[in-house]
Design a protein around this ligand. Structure first.
Ligand code: G3P
Ligand code: MG
Length: 252
């Protein structure tokens, strides 16, 4: 039976990605301002092995830089603007390191789902660096008590490494569609949750996963009616780019 996992029903996606640039400290602050208690962010490695927050393999969409993040040093990435693309009010925002992120989360009183988002071929080393950093940085008593951040990934090899070297951090298996072998996948990394894309999730699928004792956290949705439907099925939580609107409508 998987361990418990106390995430709230509404989790800020990439911070609060509709109102502030994703995966930035500004986004974490906006999520907190909207009333979120947990956020999700994406973690990957620079060329020189530092953990940063970035969703895409390329720098192009969310920074002033270009090309693969896996080929850029931390110094080069830190020189980029990660906010101007979103809006002039956010010009000057930086790509945060994991260390800066944890410091900001603790200051804001937020807990976090760190999604390990490795560039292709870097699954194991990314997981190792993320977990070693979290073991070093996350306090025994954090913003939600002794509960550790949730670790998730679409990269199963990354979850395997996270399980091996940092079993004390709960894990969730991310999937676009619930596969036939989902019980084996969850068991293989002692996951607490299965996190499917909401567009492929069904009421029956949710029931089956819940019956096996796992939590279900589904991504990414911003519509109140859809969130209500998923909660009626038994989904435990949803990732939203607009957490405040859902919290106000459903948890207010
Ligand atoms: O972890 C939920 C969600 O973030 C997964 O998809 O592409 O937004 O990282 P993506
Ligand atoms: Mg993500």
């Amino acid at each position: 039976m998987p361990a418990s996992c106390q995430l709230p029903r509404i989790i800020g996606h990439r911070g609060a990605a509709l109102a502030a640039p994703e995966n930035t400290l500004e986004g974490l602050r906006e999520a907190r301002r909207q009333g979120a208690r947990w956020v999700e962010v994406d973690a990957k490695l620079t060329a020189d092995g530092h953990v940063i927050l970035l969703h895409d393999d390329l720098l192009d969409r969310t920074t002033s830089g270009q090309g693969p993040a896996a080929q850029a040093s931390l110094t080069a990435i830190r020189a980029l603007d990660a906010g101007a693309w979103f809006g002039p009010a956010f010009a000057g925002a930086k790509v945060p390191t994991l260390e800066e992120t944890v410091k900001e989360l603790l200051a804001l009183g937020l807990n976090c789902n760190f999604e390990i988002k490795p560039c292709p071929g870097r699954e194991q080393v990314t997981a190792e660096r993320v977990m070693r950093e979290l073991q070093r940085l996350w306090p025994a008593h954090g913003p939600t008590g002794t509960e550790k951040p949730l670790i998730s990934s679409f990269a199963y090899a990354a979850l395997k490494v996270a399980h091996q070297i940092a079993p004390e951090f709960p894990r969730a298996v991310l999937v676009e569609e619930v596969p036939e072998d989902w019980p084996a996948l969850c068991e293989g990394v002692a996951a607490v949750a299965l996190n499917p894309w909401h567009k492929t999730l069904t009421a029956a699928g949710t029931r089956a996963i819940k019956s096996a004792g796992y939590r279900v956290f589904s991504y990414t949705l911003n519509e109140t009616a859809r969130a209500r439907e998923l909660f009626d099925w038994g989904v435990d939580g949803v990732f939203s780019d607009a957490p405040g609107a859902l919290i106000d409508a459903l948890d207010g």
